[in-house]
Design a protein around this ligand. Structure first.
Ligand code: F3S
Length: 641
């Protein structure tokens, strides 16, 4: 077996290891960050489970760390107290970036990890099978439920040779992105192998697995070897080490060979991580801002090599240079070695140990500016400046750009510095985490006005009569259903408040109509619910009383979200019947007669009946009948409805 198969086999609770088939995995660890965590913990609370059932769950605060108004502070206090109550480790704001902290303090070879952040695969650098997931999946994993994925194909990335000159780990993953594109990894795990693996430290490996997320991959991972043991020993966690390597002759679905010695510094151009060119080709391009940090490139080695380059030079006065160390451990090591001073003296700005500019928390570039970043994403507008051009590079390249104020040919950079090694006595920051008490039952969860517990939705009786609240056309997106934007997403932990915005950009009367009746139905055209996986596009309509969606066809992820929140997704047998529904008309669905995958006649008041079908499994139907997944799990865990 390869490493991926070994970890899956050790955690398999359902399904077979055949590519494409659904498998259920036992999850050892979970992580959340604050932006997605508040809803994940509200969902966990709604399941009625008294304590997390994983080996370890950690709640990190790294996204919204700036205190603008009361909402962020309230969120942090809620996250701290809910963690105490249910047995979750809490990492306070400013301690560091979730993935960097998890790698340093908690990730283990051979463990399964799901996190409500897409760069959770960072822990693949240490040999965890680490996957990004939605908040509800993480809440379910905390409740001890399996995590379901399609059994991935396993791609072997054979690393030959070793990195030379100014090429670094970031250039390995940029090279792969240029080769495979941002769609090249869907349904796949990238498993690194070959003699080049031993030349890379764990933090370097984590750079590569972090940005494997940009390939669209299920995850990426490295074997656990002597380098892994050395890293864990430096972190004071040698006991967490175990060897984990592929068997000789292990089978893979495909093989990609990368000769590390042939790589040169690369850059992803605006506005996609796969628009990769060599830095050489960009020589002469003026740069307004350099930002060094993020969960991709904020390790001790990254920061130390930047400090080393700055020690001999100043940053260009026209290039605003921002540095965010990945954790307080990294910052403490820099301080101890006298490396903070060179950063400050060079003219760089030292930011908090958090996501910072990566999530648009400060550090937006100037209008129409060029920003060079060590981050993993350069989508248009993500920096907070709509017309800025963002390039993604390694820390070494970023430092040289900051010094020169423009891209230059690496051939003019002189001799490349060696990759810094971790010292033997790495300072621990373990006592900065807030560990939960053995019994949290007495802990009071503190909520501000913006944190509202999830309501318990009713399940279905034998039949439901509901009013047609909307006749939507084709290709309605989750953005139409539940618009985004800072003012609205700030309400994500307050379902009654966010529900006031359902369909607000396309139909101002929807919310009032929904409130005026007990039960509602949405009738829709083709591909209803396409676009992002936004859970609120199902949760908020359910809050407003929507019980069923009857469509010509449904987008896959939204359909799954409808099931999760207890809304019945039905498909018209005959698409022409769409015209027979009238806005405000009453529809009766004989829910008791609905069978998994079957067809049923629904009654339109004064207009006869219409045949609808569904593609639900029996379990999905049971979930809907129970009023959604949270009720379903509460029933199975506690026996109480
Ligand atoms: Fe944070 Fe950016 Fe990573 S938002 S978790 S540093 S991708």
């Amino acid at each position: 077996m390869n490493v991926t198969q070994k970890i899956i086999a050790a955690h398999l609770v359902s399904g077979e290891m055949v590519a494409g088939g659904e498998i259920g995995l036992r999850i050892d660890q979970t992580l959340t960050q604050d932006a997605t965590g508040t809803m994940a913990y509200l969902q966990f609370e709604a399941m009625g489970v008294d304590r997390v059932r994983t080996d370890l769950s950690v709640s990190y605060v790294d996204h919204n760390t700036l205190q603008m108004g009361f909402r962020n502070s309230d969120d942090h206090r809620f996250l701290r107290t809910v963690a105490q109550k249910y047995g979750v480790v809490f990492s306070p704001p400013g301690t560091g970036i979730c993935h960097q902290l998890h790698l340093e303090n908690f990730a283990k070879p051979g463990a399964t990890l799901v996190g409500s952040d897409s760069h959770t695969p960072t822990a693949g650098g240490i040999g965890s099978l680490a996957m990004g997931a939605g908040g509800l999946s993480v809440a379910l994993a905390m409740a001890g439920e399996p995590y379901f994925i399609a059994m991935p194909k396993v791609i072997k990335v054979q690393l030959e040779g070793k990195l030379t000159g100014w090429a670094s780990a970031k250039d390995v993953i940029l090279h792969l992105l240029g080769l495979l594109t941002v769609k090249g990894g869907v349904g796949k795990v990238f498993e690194y192998a070959g003699p080049g693996v031993a030349t890379l430290s764990v933090p370097e490996r984590a750079v590569i697995t972090n940005m494997g997320a940009e390939l669209g991959a299920t995850t990426s991972l490295f074997p656990s070897d002597d380098k892994t043991r050395q890293f864990l020993a430096a972190m004071g966690r040698e006991a967490d080490w175990k060897e984990l390597v592929a068997d000789a002759g292990a089978a893979y679905d495909d093989v990609i060979v990368i000769d590390l010695s042939k790589l040169e510094p690369l850059a992803a151009q605006p506005h996609m991580p796969d628009r990769v060119v060599s830095v050489r080709e960009l020589a002469g391009k003026k740069v307004d801002q350099v930002a060094i940090g993020s969960c991709t490139n904020s390790s001790y080695a990254d920061m130390k090599s930047v400090a080393g380059l700055f020690g001999a030079a100043k940053v260009c006065p026209e290039t605003d240079t921002l540095i965010s160390p990945g954790s307080k451990q990294v910052l403490k090591m820099l301080a101890r070695e006298g490396l903070v001073e060179p950063l400050l003296d060079a003219g760089a700005r030292l930011l908090e140990c958090s996501c910072g500019p990566c999530i648009g928390m400060g550090g937006s570039p100037v209008s129409a500016g060029v920003s060079v970043r060590t981050f993993n994403r350069n989508f248009e507008g993500r920096s907070g400046t709509k017309d800025a051009d963002v390039y993604l590079v390694s820390p070494l390249t970023a430092a040289m750009v900051a010094i020169r104020g423009e891209f230059t040919d690496p051939a003019t950079w002189g001799e490349a510095p060696a990759v810094p090694e971790l010292p033997a006595d790495v300072p621990s920051i373990r006592d900065l985490f807030i560990f939960p008490p053995a019994d949290g039952s007495g802990v009071e969860v503190l909520r501000g006005p913006n944190i509202v517990p999830l309501e318990k939705f009713d399940g279905f009786g034998d039949s439901v009569t509901a009013q047609v609240l909307l006749k939507a056309g084709d290709d309605i997106t989750t953005d139409h259903i539940m618009p985004a934007g800072a003012q609205i997403t700030a309400l994500r932990s307050n379902v009654p408040a966010i529900s006031e915005h359902v369909f607000s950009r396309v139909d101002e009367g929807f919310v009032a109509r929904a409130k005026a009746c007990d039960n509602g139905i949405i009738v829709a055209g083709e591909n209803y619910g396409q676009g992002s996986s936004r859970e609120h596009a199902a949760l908020a309509p359910r809050h407003l009383g929507v019980r069923a969606v009857i469509a010509k066809s449904l987008a896959r992820i939204h359909r799954a979200n409808l099931v999760n929140f207890g809304i019945l997704p039905l498909i018209l047998e005959d698409k022409a019947d769409y015209d027979r529904f009238a806005l405000g008309g009453k529809v009766t669905v004989p829910v008791a007669a609905v069978t998994a995958g079957g067809s049923v006649e629904i009654t339109l008041e004064g207009a006869g009946s219409v045949a609808v079908k569904n593609d639900l499994t029996q379990k999905e139907l049971d979930i809907i009948r129970a009023g959604g997944l949270l009720n379903y799990v509460r029933l199975s865990k506690t026996g109480a409805a």
